[in-house]
Ligand binder design. Structure first.
Ligand SMILES: [Zn+2]
Length: 141
């Protein structure tokens, strides 16, 4: 089994198939509507055929027009979840430098954190409530 998930649009196909079985046209439509990817049949079908050959997806025919419906097999779901997981790790790496930890609750904050100068030290919080709770505890000690 050598299916390479080499692009975001392939990840998007796997995400859609994890949600529910879809036929080819529906996949292309949802790719466009949900993710903003304009993919052509020439891009999507070779990937789907590869998944079918690798027994990660099965094809069944449904409806009057015999539309091919693509469904992930259990091995396919495992594969899709793994691909998704490595993608998540990549995203985490990409944003790790931009994450700050709330000095009170420890949650990670992306983007603008709430910061306050406490005892001459600039501290970052996820929100004002955490900053207040932090100060209350400090005062209590
Ligand atoms: Zn917090």
């Amino acid at each position: 089994m050598a299916i390479a998930v080499t692009s975001l649009s392939k990840i998007a196909v796997l995400i859609l198939l994890l949600q529910k079985p879809r036929h080819g046209y529906e996949l292309m439509k949802d790719m466009r509507e949900k993710f903003g990817y304009k993919v052509s049949a020439g891009q999507i079908y070779p990937f789907l055929s590869g998944l079918v050959r690798a027994k990660l997806v099965i094809v069944s025919k449904k409806g009057q027009r015999d539309k091919k419906v693509y469904t992930l097999t259990s091995a396919g779901s495992t594969f899709a979840n793994k691909a998704l997981h490595s993608f998540e790790e990549l995203i985490e790496l990409a944003i790790a430098k931009k994450l700050r930890q709330c000095a009170h609750c420890g949650c990670k904050v992306f983007g603008n954190s709430y910061s306050e100068k406490i005892n001459g030290k600039k501290l970052h919080f996820c929100c004002g409530s955490c900053a207040n709770a932090f100060k209350t505890i400090k005062r209590g000690i």
